[in-house]
Design a protein around this ligand. Structure first.
Ligand code: XMP
Ligand code: MG
Length: 181
């Protein structure tokens, strides 16, 4: 285990198993629209690893696209005021879209994003979030696909960073507070 990690929450094996389950659920749920295919949208940069693994366990025709957003929040909390830094390259009108997120905290980022994407009239729009923090209060987001619930600590690994570090850890862990204090 990395020296800066206080505790491992989800191991590499547990993650692979859970992502496999989500992939099979998506494959089942979208079987009827398999002809049209689905569009997986990942929110850079944290969700890129989750989406890359998820895409490989979905047995359907699919496209992958990316968005980058920045939150005008202070420090580690988001404010809900979001700016799109990179938009989709795909026209999602009439498409079946699944947004892959790394972690849902206040929910403000996803709330904004879902509103923005729904205005483009996709055929359907769902959320697959790898983690959901037990944060109070949290915007009401319907997460059709959820990896794990996690504690309200600072979480890194499997795409999640602190100051761009730790994204490459194959597990998810709690960062030692002395690292960011
Ligand atoms: P909201 O509050 O809008 O925040 O749901 C979602 C975004 O905030 C980031 N975030 C984290 N990133 N460890 C991280 O590496 C965390 O514990 C954490 N909590 C929130 C993340 O970018 C997410 O997309
Ligand atoms: Mg993110």
């Amino acid at each position: 285990m990395h020296d800066d990690i206080a505790e491992i929450l989800f191991t590499e094996d547990e993650i692979a198993q859970r992502v496999g389950e989500i992939g099979r659920a998506i494959t089942r749920d979208y079987a009827d629209v398999a002809d049209e295919g689905i569009v997986l949208v990942s929110v850079l940069r944290g969700a890129a690893i989750f989406m890359a693994d998820l895409a490989r366990v979905i047995d359907l025709p699919l496209e992958m696209d990316y968005m980058a957003v920045s939150s005008y929040g202070s420090g580690t909390k988001s404010s809900g005021v979001i700016r799109i830094l990179k938009d989709l390259s795909t026209n999602i009108e009439g498409r079946h879209v699944i947004v892959a997120e790394d972690i849902l905290d206040s929910g403000l980022t996803l709330e904004y994003l879902l509103k923005n994407l729904s205005e483009r009239h996709p055929a359907s729009l769902r959320v697959a979030t790898f983690l959901r923090k037990q944060t109070q209060p949290q915007a009401e987001i319907d997460c059709t696909y959820l990896g794990f619930e996690c504690p309200d600590s600072f979480i890194v690994g499997y795409g999640l960073d602190y100051a761009e570090h730790y994204r490459n850890l194959p597990y998810v862990g709690v960062l030692k507070p002395e690292v960011y204090r």
